[in-house]
Design a protein around this ligand. Structure first.
Ligand code: FDA
Length: 309
């Protein structure tokens, strides 16, 4: 699909997703009508089955207990407690899984202090259990505060990583400024609706920037998770890794649960470190709509299921 049409479509879906009626309808029927393809289940018991299957195929995972934009302190603390329990369950079950979380789920919209307290408790628990916490990156209104909180956590912990989005103009400077920390970065294209003064509107520019960021962070000695299903970027990375003899400890490929599973297996079978992002929980609506917006065919699939009922 041509870039302009794709970008129009993406904007349309993300805008519609904010509509109250659409939210109600999709939240009610979505899991049965297609969300299940992207969400591993509504609880740990369902999710761990998928995690074990991925582990059996030589892939690690990162578990995302779905939730974002929390405006209630008790809810933010409950999300923290769920992550603390999740880390225990991962440890007890022996599965290969780290965790990913969003700062707005930890109460960032309520207060920065509450958020840091919640995330700090999770990172400390993960450190005790030899595990790792990745802070997902949200919309551009949160970029600076997310980086600041990451820096704050890094004063006490090494087992925490950040996400940088290739569609943002600022990202190159952000990666450069983090060099001293030797950050563990997940690089991705970026999934939110952003204006042209903040993010590259053209896919070709995002893709070029993505490659620059990969080379930049690896060149600075930072561990780099290349999070994409884009075969061109993946092939480029494979060549870069080969030519520059990047050791396995310094990179991994990451993909989303349910997206391009054959490509996931191909990379794992080729001996690359591969980690699959496995979201679960009942708050799947915003995650699901971002996945729909990335690909027109997903909406057709979803509507097709709706009409067949
Ligand atoms: P692109 O959109 O160009 O897609 C390349 C190909 O992948 C497509 O042609 C298609 O085959 C397949 N594909 C991509 N998306 C698909 C979909 N939804 N359904 C079916 N097929 C699809 N974003 C963010 O803003 N903050 C974050 O913290 C993260 N975290 C994150 C973790 C991981 C592990 C991944 C893989 C991605 C993210 N993202 C993210 C999302 C990311 O920014 C981006 O929106 C998606 O990965 C889609 O872009 P691709 O890089 O796959 O390329």
């Amino acid at each position: 699909m041509v870039t302009g049409l794709h970008s129009f479509f993406r904007r349309l879906i993300l805008t519609l997703a904010g509509n109250r009626l659409v939210t109600r309808l999709v939240s009610r029927y979505g899991m049965r009508l297609g969300a299940r393809r992207f969400v591993a289940g509504e609880d740990w018991e369902q999710a761990v089955v998928q995690v074990k299957a991925l582990n059996d195929s030589r892939m690690s995972t990162t578990l995302d207990y779905l939730g974002e934009s929390v405006t209630d302190t008790a809810q933010a603390r409950a999300a923290r407690d769920t992550y603390l329990a999740l880390l225990e369950k991962i440890d007890a079950s022996g599965v290969r899984a780290s965790v990913s979380l969003k700062l707005t789920q930890m109460g960032l919209d309520i207060s920065r202090e509450l958020c840091v307290e919640n995330v700090g408790a999770i990172v400390r628990k993960a450190a005790d259990l030899g595990n790792f916490v990745r802070i997902d990156m949200e919309g551009s209104a949160y970029t600076q505060v997310t980086i600041d909180i990451y820096r704050e956590l890094r004063r006490d912990f090494d087992n925490v990583g950040l996400v940088i989005q290739a569609y943002l103009y600022r990202s190159e400077e952000d990666v450069r400024s983090l060099a001293g920390l030797r950050p563990d970065l997940r690089l991705c294209k970026g999934a939110y609706l952003e204006p042209a003064d903040v993010a590259f509107p053209r896919k070709a520019d995002v893709d070029e920037n993505f490659k620059n960021l990969i080379a930049l962070n690896l060149g600075q000695g930072g561990r780099t998770a290349v999070a994409t299903h884009d075969e061109k970027i993946i092939s480029w990375t494979e060549a870069y890794i080969r030519e520059n003899r990047v050791p396995k400890e310094l990179y991994e490929f990451q993909m989303l649960y349910g997206i391009r599973p054959a490509l996931q297996r191909r990379l794992a079978d080729a001996g690359h470190p591969v980690r699959i992002y496995v979201p679960f929980g009942t708050e799947w609506y915003p995650y699901f709509t971002r996945r729909l917006a990335e690909r027109p065919a997903n909406v057709l699939f979803f509507l097709g299921n709706l009409l067949r009922r």
